[in-house]
Design a protein. Sequence first.
Length: 229
Amino acid sequence: MKLIDNLLSLFYPRLCVACGDALQQNESCICLNCMLHLPETQFHKEHFNPLRQVFDGRVPVEEVTALMSYKKSNRTQKILHCLKYKGQKEIGAVLGEYLGGQLITEERYQGIQYILPIPLHPKKFRKRGYNQSEWIAMGLSKGMGIPYLTDVIMRTQFTDTQTKKSRFARWQNVKEVFAVQNPEKVAYTHVLVCDDVLTTGATMEAAIRKLLEIEGVRVSVATLAATTL
C-alpha cells in the first residue's frame, strides 16, 4: 500500500492548499510551514476580545473566538476558498481539530457540552455536496472530545450569497431563515456554534436567537476566520 501511495504521489502529488508545495506523508491539506504561519488571532485566550463587539447589544454570548484573521490574498482566504468552493472539505476537519485542541486548554470552554454547525439549506447542500461547517464541527469534536449535533439547528429558507451585502442587508436576508428542532437535546446546556467565517455576524446572530428560545441554553461561538478585526 505504501508503494502504491508513493506512485500515486509521483503522478498526482498532494499539494498544500495555502502555498501549493507538495505535502509530506505526515501532512494533510496544509503543510507544516503554512500551519506555523497561520494568521492566528489567539482570541480564545481573551474573554473581552474584539469579536465580542460583533454581538454586544445584539444577542448574549458566553465566548467568541476565531482561529485566524481573514484578509484578501492572505493564507486564510486561499484555505477557506478551497474548503468552501473547491470540494476540499477535509480542511474543515483539520483546522477544526487544531482549533478544538486550543479551546479545550482554556477553562472557559471546558464546560461546553455540544457543538452545533451552522446548517446549509438542502438546495445549497445538494449543489455543494457537503456542509463545510459540519466538517469544522467534526474537527472541533475530535479536538475537544465532545459530540456535535446536526439535528438541532435547521435552515428553513434558501438565501442568496451574503458576500456583497451591507450589514443591514445581511440581517434582512437571514433573520428568519433558521428554526430549531429537537430542543430537548440541548436544553440547559452550553453549546458551541461553529461556522467558517464571521463577517458582520448576521447569520450567526440569527441562529443564536433561535437557540436562545430553548430553555436554559447558553451559547458560545467559534469560527475558522473573522473579517471583523
